[in-house]
Design a binder for this molecule. Structure first.
Ligand code: NAD
Length: 251
């Protein structure tokens, strides 16, 4: 993929998909700043790649925390070529009349406002380099919503709109902005979409896996493959795209 000379920031780096994205970048020789509120899962990778991986504990819902994480990355590695916004939170399926404003705002702040904050912080570096790739993880649920995921679907829809808005705004600077829509993926998050009191294992099999035409849950590796491709120069004519990695769920 030729990403070995790139510096990538990965948010949600300690999570199911984020960690595999980080690992794939490291295996290819890239330098990575992995940001997460919970960094315990990154300890092993940090000891395997001490020169290449910078782990930053930060809260993406907090403006100052984001600014300082991006600054630290630039100071450590001298450039920022890729921003992969992988962090996100789920919503337990809830009827709209029972969704509190606090929950709505929490979901929006991490799934969409954080994408604004990280993008705003990296763009000055990318503009100076006249080169950059931003990849936002949205969700196929924007096209195929499930009942009760109202705030989650709205938050990911906003991220897709922001992706397109930034793609046109930043094209003159050779900064590409794309989104990936994962289908139901085999991570901790999947069970969190289950209605409160519901059986997570049963929902995973009977609702989620069976909804994928190719018959399997999406792996974090499948998402990471696409992130690396969009980061690389192989995708140099792709911007403003929304790529489904969903086993056909979006059809
Ligand atoms: N798992 C699925 O079925 C699925 C489907 C479609 C889209 N997605 C999206 O894929 C992305 C990755 O999800 P995942 O399945 O790896 O989930 P995950 O829960 O395993 O990982 C999410 C990570 O984001 C981090 N995070 C949450 N809030 C944060 C904050 N305020 N500051 C810093 N870090 C924070 C968490 O600590 C966690 O490590 C998310 O954006 C999710 O919405 C997931």
């Amino acid at each position: 993929m030729n990403v070995n000379e790139k510096v990538a920031i990965v948010t949600g780096a300690g999570g199911g998909m984020g960690k595999v994205v980080v690992e794939q970048f490291l295996e290819q020789g890239a330098k990575v700043a992995g940001i997460d509120i919970q960094t315990a899962g990154l300890v092993e990778l940090e000891s395997r790649y001490p020169e290449q991986l910078l782990v930053i504990q930060g809260n993406l819902a907090d403006e100052e925390s984001v600014e300082s994480a991006i600054k630290k990355t630039a100071e450590t590695f001298g450039q920022i070529d890729v921003l992969a916004n992988v962090a996100g939170i789920a919503q337990a399926a809830t009827d709209i009349e029972k969704v509190s404003l606090k929950d709505w705002e929490r979901i929006m702040s991490i799934n969409s406002t954080a994408v604004f904050l990280t993008s705003r912080a990296v763009v000055p570096y990318m503009k100076q380099q006249k080169n950059g790739s931003i990849i936002n993880i949205a969700s196929v649920s924007v096209d195929r919503p499930r009942p009760g995921l109202n705030a989650y679907v709205a938050s990911k829809g906003a991220t897709i709109s922001l992706t397109k808005a930034l793609a046109i705004e930043l094209a003159p600077y050779n900064i590409r902005v794309n989104a990936i829509n994962p289908g139901p993926a085999d991570t901790k998050m999947l069970g969190e979409f289950t209605t409160a009191g519901g059986n997570e294992g049963e929902a995973k099999e009977n609702i989620f896996r069976k909804s994928v035409p190719l018959g399997e849950l999406i792996t974090p590796e499948a998402i990471a493959n696409c992130v690396l491709y969009l980061s690389s120069d192989l995708a140099k004519m792709m911007t403003g795209s929304v790529v489904n990695v969903d086993g056909g769920r979006g059809i």
